[in-house]
Design a protein around this ligand. Sequence first.
Ligand SMILES: [Ca+2]
Ligand SMILES: [Ca+2]
Ligand SMILES: [Ca+2]
Ligand SMILES: [Ca+2]
Length: 720
Amino acid sequence: MSVRLLFRISLACALAACSAPVAAQAAQAPGAPGERHTWAPADKHGFGTATRLSSNVWFTLRAAELTEIYYPDLSTPSFRDLEFAVTDGRTFLDRETGPGVRSEVRPQAGSLTFRQTTQTARWRLVKTWVSDPRRATVLANVRFESLTGRPLRVYLLADPAPGDDGNDDRGRTEDSALIASDDTAASAVMAEPRLRRATSGYAGSASDPWSDLEADSSLDDRYTASAAGNVVQAARTRLTGRRGRRQMTLAIGFGADAAAARRTAQRSLFSGFERAAGDYASGWSRYLRSLKAPPRSIRGDRQREQLYDQSLMVLEASEDKLNRGASVASPSMPWVWGTLELEKNEFSGPYHLVWPRDFYHVATAQKAAGDDAATDRLMDYLWRVQKPDGSWWQNTRVDGTEYWTSLQLDEVALPIVLAWWLGRTSAEDWVHVRKAADFVVTKGPRTLQERWENQEGFSPNTIAAEIAGLICAADIARRHGDEARATQYEAVADEWEDKVESWTATTNGPYSPKPYYLRLTKDGDPDDGSTYDLGDNFAQNPTDERLVVDQSFLGLALFGVKRHDDPAIRNSLVVGDQVLKADTPHGPIWNRFTFDGYGETRSGADWTIFPTADNQTLGRVWPLLSGERGEYELLAGNNAKPYLRTIAKTANDGLMLPEQVWDGRPPTGTRGQQAGEGTRSATPLAWTHAQYIRLAWSIDAGTPIERPSIVACRYTGTDC
Ligand SMILES: [Ca+2]
Ligand SMILES: [Ca+2]
Ligand SMILES: [Ca+2]
Ligand SMILES: [Ca+2]
């Protein structure tokens, strides 16, 4: 064949698109490496995994599509997203995440099974998502109907990203399976009935199958992506929406290499959706039955009852299967954490990481619900990853590798409080407690970061946790005959309790003539007008520390360090309600602190750190803070049920609870962004789910169940 003839054939292919390659080997896709890979937004409507440890795969759903799948552990996303496109070949081409498509996610009661429906006037797609309890496969039963009676074409669009790096993958078709792989992991997308016209290309390039489809509503290219890049894949399904062509099983299998991934998907297809879905659901129902009956406070309201079970399942699903006890903050990567613009990493980080502070909330909730085994695993994990100096990293990957390396002293004190509260006071536990308490004595009370993770100083919340940690440690020390340490811990705690108000509550601030607590002070003097830069693109820096308040001082009451009716606490509540509270349609929800900038801009753009303050980002309101307030109201003898209802109402249709909800400021009120509904912040956030569970149990008990009685007895004369 002459060079000229070859050229003419390949030109013809480029223009008309070759549908059937002459040779078995498909042509190399042009356009490597394609657009830079990013992860999907964090507002998940579903999160699922099987209860069995042998199925180390976790899936997430957004409103209309499948998003990240984590494999082989919960710190490693390995798949970006998958959706369908529907066309009649001539007059329209819809994609599930595109305009004009309505979507709904319905969780199935009693298991993390989700039914996701997308539709227009012309068609309806219903996907039921589970994973295969026997292996690392995500499975969907896909049902497609043409609502006009006309046969339609349904294409599958997949964006794999094996191994937590979406820029180094290769893609190809093997016997109707879409394979993607790098040197650490592989995925295989398969279906029954089998896919056809499968192709792999590079995102945003000439070989991106979406551009092929978009051009003429027909998928024509059949490429192999054998150079490393951001691989995207597509295939045509056999679905038409007419009788006999309405049902398909989809399998996305994972493995260390292409052969393993394909074998895994094949085996799942062979044993079928029904069996996997049944085993999956019965695993979850066994889990729920192993726990205590739900608290009275949620009974009688179907949504709150279902959210209670869902919250427990989300917490259980958030524990890694390869690194037992490692419970991640959220299976999501909000804003620039997912677009990888801030840290300039190839690999993703927040929030699929482990924070000891979030652990405290998750473990207390799981214990309250009766999951003693999980609580012990979490405690064991904390001991395992404790640093030799007695402290903890700010956060770690599930395998214990440090990620953010700052020092937050509440994260050193809370494991001690948790150990005491759980009754983990053996000689072995004491070794860990002692190292942590000695560290707090040496380094406290001032912290390099408080719980909002971006300011240094004297924080009433951190100091409350430190005092509680030391008093709990003193009790454990005494049980092990270390009277010297017990006395020392108590003396330090008493001194800090005595001084915390003078360090952190101002007497001459602008919000009240009476003392009120500040978010923090830089120097232990709350009255001297010292200033600091707030960060998060805040324009009016530096800011007088007396202007910045925060409801986190509630920790003083919740850890038992101060009485609920302490005058400075009561006055600070009044100030906080004036400055931080948003009245949403779901009830009152609070900002973390004055001028918080950790959230979307007024135009709804992602949070990031901008080079100038022209793009002010706005932290929205946090439902978990309504939970803390509810716990405080119980101490004050008030009804906390309204706060429980408020948290419950911030759940989305998949019963996932967010970190933040729209607060009334722009873009609140625009489509899909109603006041009180979740932003694109981390969702589901384990802490919010834990707070919901714990408040429900606290309402039943009439008091915050996690408050360490030994601390409350010493400083408030209650719980003795
Ligand atoms: Ca990769
Ligand atoms: Ca085409
Ligand atoms: Ca990709
Ligand atoms: Ca000061």
